[in-house]
Design a protein around this ligand. Structure first.
Ligand SMILES: [Zn+2]
Length: 248
């Protein structure tokens, strides 16, 4: 069992008593419009999928174990405000949640925590980076916006045209195909929009960026196979970081 919240408290006590180092994974997402085809919880599902795979990969490791914390399905998400369904919290709220959750765990003997984030609105990423810097070296951010991580991901992800496009939709198809409206997906034309450049140019919502249906990239090209392949890469990256955190 790799999910902390599915344990009973005596099981948690046993974890503290044995020799393997425990690293806790906090999946962070958003509830945010992801095109007409993908669920609002796309980012949360992606973070959860990475965490579950990494924990499974380490299940029989002699030195380190990873356990998945209950996910945080709310983030700082304002770009999609023109579309229904998004739920945004503010930067201070996100920061307080992350700081208080990690402090609560550290006080019980679980100081090693990785925040696994799949929602890349700059205010979200910036808030998480600041929180992690404040919390010290045992709390780390799995940050796919860093070049050395992004380099290992797909062309579409690296192009920055990656909101509810081929990259994210493939990941959802790999784990939860029933949540992708595949007829709508197949009919979506590709829309190459460089989101990081648009953000640098001062645009702060999907409509201004030209995303009139809350997506960019090429969702019609998404496949479960690509999603599995991307999950494999993401899992390798996360396991590397978990081992680093375990050693500190
Ligand atoms: Zn997303």
């Amino acid at each position: 069992m790799n999910e902390l919240a599915q344990l009973a408290y005596p099981d948690v006590g046993e974890l503290l008593a044995d020799d393997r180092r425990t690293v806790l994974l906090l999946p962070l997402g958003a509830t945010e419009p992801h095109g007409p085809h993908a669920p609002l919880e796309t980012d949360t599902l992606i973070s959860l999928g990475i965490c579950e795979r990494a924990a499974e990969r380490l299940a029989n490791d002699p030195e380190v174990r990873a356990l998945v914390l209950p996910p945080l399905p709310y983030g700082v998400t304002r770009y999609g405000a023109a579309f229904p369904g998004g739920i945004s919290i503010g930067e201070a709220t996100l920061r307080a949640l992350v700081v208080e959750i990690t402090e609560s765990l550290a006080a019980q003997g679980f100081p090693r925590i990785v925040l696994v984030n799949s929602h890349f609105e700059p205010e979200q990423v910036h808030t998480l980076r600041e929180a992690v810097a404040e919390l010290g070296p045992a709390v780390r951010l799995f940050d796919l916006t860093r070049r050395q991580n992004a380099e290992r991901l797909t062309d579409e992800f690296r192009s920055g045209s990656c909101h509810a496009g081929r990259y994210e939709t493939s990941l959802v198809l790999a784990d939860r195909p029933g949540l992708v409206r595949q007829e709508r997906m197949a009919a979506l034309e590709s829309k190459m929009i460089d989101m990081p450049a648009a953000i640098v140019a001062g645009q702060t919502d999907f409509i201004a960026m030209g995303m009139d249906r809350a997506y960019c990239g090429a969702p019609a090209e998404a496949t479960a196979e690509e999603g599995e392949g991307t999950f494999e890469t993401l899992t390798e990256l996360l396991v590397e970081l978990v081992r680093e955190v375990a050693a500190c």
